[in-house]
Design a protein around this ligand. Sequence first.
Ligand code: PLP
Length: 370
Amino acid sequence: MNETAAAARAGAALTIDLSALVANWRQLAARASASECAAVVKADAYGLGAESAARALAAAGCRTFFVATAGEGERIRAVAPRAIVYVLEGLPNGGARALAAARLRPVLASLEEIREWAAFGRAIGRRLPAALQFDTGMNRLGLSVRDAEAAATAAQDVDLTLTMSHFVCAQWAEDPRNARQIAAFEAARLSFPGVPASLCNSSGIFLGRKPHYDLLRPGYAIYGGNPTPGSPNPMRSVARLEAPVLATRRIEAGESVGYDGMWTATRPTRLATLGLGYGDGFPAAVAGPGRPAPEAIVAGRRCPIVGRVSMDFVMLDVTDVPEAAVYRGQTAELLGETIGVDELAERCGTIGYEILTRLGRRYERVYIGG
Ligand SMILES: *Cc1c(COP(=O)(O)O)cnc(C)c1O
């Protein structure tokens, strides 16, 4: 059974191309060949499946992974037993024993966390590995640069394996904040001679060599997102979302489509109803002033989504596709090579990261290229 047949039979299907995912990771690694390339697999590998992604990346040579929570870390540990796994949320209050037992490394973000990790290490007689995160402009999580000396002192009983910070807007290469953040990170690093450093998310890798340091931390671009918005996407498409056409119908000009009658036909219109909706994680917020409607591809043609997205259904205007080319049981593509996550996100008034991470559990998931 090929993937398209699966979609027609079982409802909407999400196909995840692990060879494209690995190729993307390799491409990013090659852009900074002097640095190690890690992979950020938080939020279930941006919705695409943490175990499958981590297994494929580890087999390709990825040795370091970043997750958000200890629970996510344990899932990665199970499929990549020798990998280094950093937990971006840091050390939960009282969580040192569980993290150490799972051989996870917290990304410590405050003097309090450093002291707690150091104290637990002393209690079990081992200097435990951890990263230190400096906040250089996100104002989200991390030590202030002015606390770098105090952090170095507090971390004497910690095996510091990484210092890191995170870009606010690396996707805008010309933004002066990038250089300011690099300078602030440099200042923090002065207190940690010899400790490896990491600053680049996906977009940061494209800012040139200066911020590459020892370890890259891409996420989005591995999963096919465009790290250089405004320029062509250098990454391969990883996720393909397809849904079956459940029915077609004809309506007259003046008739509305879907809940609340948000869209009204201005001409005799042929509709195709697809079997997926916001209950699957497909964005509901599709109609927006001044935004072109999101589209799906049927019989090789782009067709606009019309009306509100329902929990289980999406309606397409297929008037311009030859009559015989659209029929019940056929497959429509909502995401893939042609309509990428960035385009879908823009047309839905959100970001590609959200599109990916919301991809629901109801789809049949098909992994290829593994
Ligand atoms: C999510 C995250 C990344 C990965 O960012 P992308 O833009 O997805 O490449 C890297 N570092 C930190 C601290 C993060 O939170």
